[in-house]
Design a protein around this ligand. Structure first.
Ligand code: TYD
Length: 135
């Protein structure tokens, strides 16, 4: 199965413009406890970490960027460029974000409150966490 799980949301558009709506546990498989946005992005890549227990759905609501997902075995990338296309990112998935356009705005819906201890910021520690889970 591909690491890239994309969720397509319907657009409610009319002569006044477009609208897209997301409902927890209906369109996405978790309750939303946190929403954050990334903006004013430049040439520096972001992410470079995994989470022990966190599900997220990332949208590029404006502009575009490239996500890399890595489960310790496979590495895949995807370009996000529409507010209707959400990328599901589960537990123990290393993620990187690259190639931001100047106007890029990323919105992320998260299943848990922010907790620094949930982060695996070191790739070797991420691989160890996968191994100890599957052992
Ligand atoms: P981080 O998740 O490392 O950013 P990225 O993955 O986009 O590169 O977060 C950057 C900083 O912001 C870090 O000090 C933690 C802080 N932060 C919060 O306080 N709350 C949050 O919800 C998030 C996502 C980050």
């Amino acid at each position: 199965m591909s690491l890239i799980q994309l969720l397509e949301l319907p657009i409610f558009g009319d002569g006044r413009g477009d609208l897209v709506s997301i409902e927890a546990e209906k369109h996405i498989p978790f309750q939303i406890k946190r929403v954050y946005c990334l903006f004013n992005l430049g040439e520096h890549s972001r992410g470079m970490h995994a989470h022990r227990q966190l599900q997220q759905l990332a949208f590029c609501v404006h502009g575009s960027c490239r996500f890399v997902l890595d489960d310790g075995v496979t590495r895949e990338d995807v370009v996000l460029s529409a507010p209707t296309k959400g990328l599901l990112i589960g537990n123990l998935i290393w993620r990187e974000m690259h190639d931001f356009t100047d106007d890029c705005v990323i919105m992320v819906l998260a299943s848990e409150y922010f907790m620094e201890s949930d982060y695996l910021r070191d790739y070797a520690a991420f691989i160890d966490a996968i191994r100890s889970k599957t052992a």
